[in-house]
Design a protein around this ligand. Structure first.
Ligand SMILES: [Zn+2]
Length: 162
């Protein structure tokens, strides 16, 4: 869909993130006035995936990659339901960024997959579960590699080879 035609009907996520996405698209539209290469820019998809915001375009430069990365970083701590401060949560194999109230209301449990280092057995188990989800989904290898590396480091430390 053309950048100028995108409205929030197109967003495949709940309304707590809409404000951020609106703002991202606005700054890109503003820049399009002075950047001819954005003239035919298409927005392929805007969606929530495994608790993260994903924005897919048909063209990227450093600026576009940067603002999209920033938006998805911001959404890591914003409740997808209400826009308040939130954390990643999990219910069965569903991941969603939620505030405490919405997590309770929807029966989601706090989840730690954004941690850089696994510190507890619980986090380790969460990571193993997530690796399985990623493998089933055939998701991006970059994330899978990162999780596998974290799990390996934890195993080396806590389950040394006999
Ligand atoms: Zn909320």
């Amino acid at each position: 869909m053309k950048l100028s035609e995108v409205t929030n009907d197109f967003y495949e996520c709940d309304s707590g993130w809409h404000n951020i996405i609106d703002n991202v698209l606005d700054v890109i539209r503003q820049r399009a006035y002075t950047h001819d290469e954005y003239k035919d820019l298409e927005v392929l998809q805007i969606k929530e995936k495994l608790g993260d915001l994903r924005i897919y375009l048909d063209y990227y430069d450093d600026y576009l990659s940067g603002v999209i990365h920033l938006a998805s970083k911001l959404c890591e701590t914003i409740c997808e339901d209400c826009g308040q401060f939130g954390f990643l949560h999990k219910r069965d194999s569903c991941y969603k960024t939620l505030c405490d109230d919405h997590a309770k209301a929807e029966d989601y449990k706090l989840c730690w997959i954004r941690t850089k280092e696994i510190k507890t057995k619980k986090q380790y188990e969460n990571v193993l579960e997530l690796i399985e989800v990623f493998m089933d989904e055939n998701s991006e290898n970059e994330e899978l590699d990162k999780l596998a590396t974290m799990a390996e480091a934890y195993e080396k430390k806590h389950y040394p080879m006999d």
